[in-house]
Write a protein that binds this ligand. Structure first.
Ligand code: AMP
Length: 498
């Protein structure tokens, strides 16, 4: 991950997918490759795998989608039954190859490979200190900072102590999978900002961002890795040890993973993302339902929200009265998606982004013509999608267009791993809901409340990272407010094995 930039909001911030696998005696490369496929939605810019065969480390990191980044020969050459993988999300601007991951390095006491999802807030400070001690850096990414700090600690300490000291040195959001020679380990930052879970395979164990990757490998989700926890896999795939290295009173789980980023079939922090989204949709109806002829999702991310919304609408009217008949509102797939169009989000200019929405989504005339239509989407970032959609649906003959959004207004950037947009680009950063409604030209517009998000996640507000919807962050970011009195996790002693 990158650090640096002139002022907060300028740095590339990446969302990534990570995995680590330890198997009996099967090569790890292919399962890692399949897991990366399952995590492709978390990053499309580059893909990489690092393995260890007991003697030496092997690495292949390439720009592009997982399917394009590896040839069969590449997988053959990634020898060994332990390894890690990474997919990196595209950011504006060019790819600095040195930032593609896993990051790998050899040093006096062995080799290290690192895959990182998240973003440190004190990388520059740690980098300067390490540089002053003679460490030479090949990238400006914060992952390399973690690798060097860990390598330095490993010269003097055992693995668990070394990781603990690095965790006490770095601050910010991080889920990491690491290879130290043929040992695979994973750590989650003390606030548990980015997801990380442990799964059991027939002949080994896997640590990864999302449980969907475990399903792909025919494995079983064991549990989420706890905030501040280190999990070390046995190199022969026979088991694992866990150590609660840092204790923290509260967590800062990213709610946006559930709203948009994660796959609906993943379980994150004990919650199935699909069910959370359906529940958010139900709450959207309860808070701001509007009677209309038809409700339709913006595919794909709005689907689960819209189905929850329509279910709740079948039970009560918009003012909360139980329905006499249980007809509710017709649910229709009224927007067709061209699945070959990339994400509108990363188009460099506004004009291209607008065109891309029209390339990507097309209304089905008979579903909307002459009707009052409610469109459900998961979030509004810049407002491009909503503006274009309302126009498209009106052009297709809709009489009224209502917009319901399954998240609160996004008013501030994310510094911890979700690539949103700068504050200036966020439509809700300086405009009221009524201003936005007018701008997107909807008959009505409503967002979900923050309390509804917390309820759907069965979490207290204090245990979620809500930075992008409150402007108050769980980690110190220069020039931004923090929602915690102190970001000072107390270090705990390594605990007994799980
Ligand atoms: P916008 O058109 O800028 O308002 O973006 C809103 C759309 O982008 C929504 O339909 C979301 O599904 C999607 N979206 C939300 N957050 C992100 C993100 N961080 N990266 C890519 N797409 C996103």
């Amino acid at each position: 991950m990158q650090s640096g930039g002139d002022h907060p909001g300028d740095e590339p911030r990446e969302k990534c997918g990570i995995v680590g696998i330890s198997l009996g005696d099967r090569p790890a490369a292919r399962p890692l490759y399949y897991a990366l496929y399952a995590l492709q939605h978390r990053g499309q810019e580059s893909a990489g795998i690092v393995t260890h065969d007991g003697f030496q480390q092997h690495s292949h990191v390439q720009r592009g989608l997982v399917g394009d980044a590896f040839e069969p020969d590449d997988l053959e050459s990634l020898a060994g039954s332990t390894g890690i993988g990474h997919v990196r999300y595209p950011t504006a601007g060019s790819l600095d190859k040195s930032c593609a991951q896993p990051f790998s390095v050899s040093f006096k006491s062995g080799s290290l490979g690192l895959s990182h999802n998240g973003n440190l807030v004190n990388a520059d400070e740690v980098r300067e200190e390490l540089a002053a001690a003679g460490h030479a850096f090949t990238s400006d990414g914060d992952t390399e900072v973690i690798a060097h700090d860990l390598a330095r600690n490993l010269l003097e300490e055992d693995l668990v102590r070394a990781v603990k000291d690095t965790m006490n040195r770095i601050h910010g959001s991080y889920s990491l999978t690491i290879t130290h020679d043929d040992t695979v380990l994973a750590v989650r930052d003390p606030m548990g900002n980015r997801p990380l879970c442990l799964g059991e395979l027939e002949d080994g164990y896997v640590l990864t961002s999302e449980s969907a990757a475990i399903d792909t490998l025919d494995g079983e989700l064991v549990r989420d890795v706890r905030p501040g926890e280190l999990v070390v896999l046995e190199p022969d795939g026979s088991g694992y040890d866990t150590y609660q290295l840092v204790e923290n009173e509260s967590t800062a789980h990213c709610f946006f993973e559930h709203v948009y980023f994660a796959r609906p079939d993943s379980v994150i922090d004990g919650e199935l993302v699909y069910e959370v989204r359906r529940e958010l949709g139900r709450k959207l109806w309860e808070e701001s339902g509007v009677e209309s002829d038809v409700v339709m999702p913006v595919p794909d991310s709005g689907r689960a929200f819209a189905s929850g919304y329509a279910d709740a609408a079948a039970e009560t009217t918009a003012d909360g009265t139980p329905r006499e008949d249980d007809e509710g509102i017709e649910f229709a797939e009224g927007l067709m998606k061209n699945r070959y169009v990339g994400r509108t989000f990363i188009m460099p200019t506004q004009d291209e982004r607008e065109r891309a929405v029209r390339l990507k989504l097309n209304p089905i005339r008979s579903t909307v013509e002459g009707k009052s239509v409610t469109i459900i989407d998961d979030s509004i970032v810049r407002g491009t999608t909503s503006t274009q959609l309302v126009e498209l649906v009106r052009e297709a003959g809709a009489e009224e267009v209502h917009l319901r959004i399954g998240a609160p207004p996004i008013i501030a950037p994310c510094y911890f791993g979700i690539d949103m947009a700068t504050r200036e680009e966020l439509i809700a950063s300086d405009q009221s809901t009524e201003d936005i409604r007018e701008r997107v030209d909807a008959d009505s517009l409503a967002y979900l409340s923050i309390d509804a998000v917390a309820e759907a996640l069965h979490a207290s507000r204090a245990d979620l990272c809500l930075g992008c919807v409150t402007g108050e962050y769980p980690f110190d970011v220069e020039g931004e407010a923090t929602d915690r009195p102190v970001d000072n996790p107390s270090a705990g002693a390594p605990a007994a094995d799980d």
